[in-house]
Design a protein around this ligand. Sequence first.
Ligand code: 5RP
Length: 233
Amino acid sequence: MNTSGLSPQEQAKKRAGYKAADYITNGMTVGLGTGSTVAFTMARLKERMTEEGLLIVGIPTSIQTTMRAGALGIPLIGLEQAEKIDITVDGADQIDPEMRLIKGRGAAHVRERIVADASTRLIIVADPSKICSHLTGPIPIEIIPFSFSHVIRRLNEMGGMVTVREGVKKDGPVISDNGNIILDYTPVSIPDPSALETAINMIPGVVSCGIFAEFTSKTTVIIGEESGPRIIG
Ligand code: 5RP
């Protein structure tokens, strides 16, 4: 892929995304996350398919990724057709020192969580701005539309700030690939990400929040530093 015209942040995403493609070998079933960083991994996988005859099948986590894979010619299967997922490559919005994550800026975290959970290994690709000393939010929360006033009330009781995510034209809520609404919740603080993840996910009407604290033991993080990709875990 030609790097000319990429901003420094895009170049960092490319360094991370390309490095992740090195972990993929012939015959693997690969979970394909959503977003601009994993798009570089997909571009590199396409290059390897052409250059080396790499044979893989992908499982997409969003309509956006399905369309991107289709345009690149990466073969896809459904989750129900996969006996196992060897590796999932995905992006993140915040990564703490223990590799706990906040995901979901692309409103795809529900399917991303399912695919991550089904995977033997999770590789998170990101530019350096995603690294933080502790998770702060906002935390994306996908909710079923019927529950919207109730979930907002419960989150307000927990403290902090909650907004309904709107589209770029500000003419209505963002609707996820699953037909749901996305809230963005910024708590006062997140002393225990796992406890908060559980508390949010327990509110009736919540499909899933964007805290991913349970995959750390199978996670590798690749940060696209200027000096080269930094691998954690
Ligand atoms: C989508 C996600 C993305 O992986 C996350 O927002 C990172 O995106 P990008 O690589 O574009 O910065 O969780 O739901």
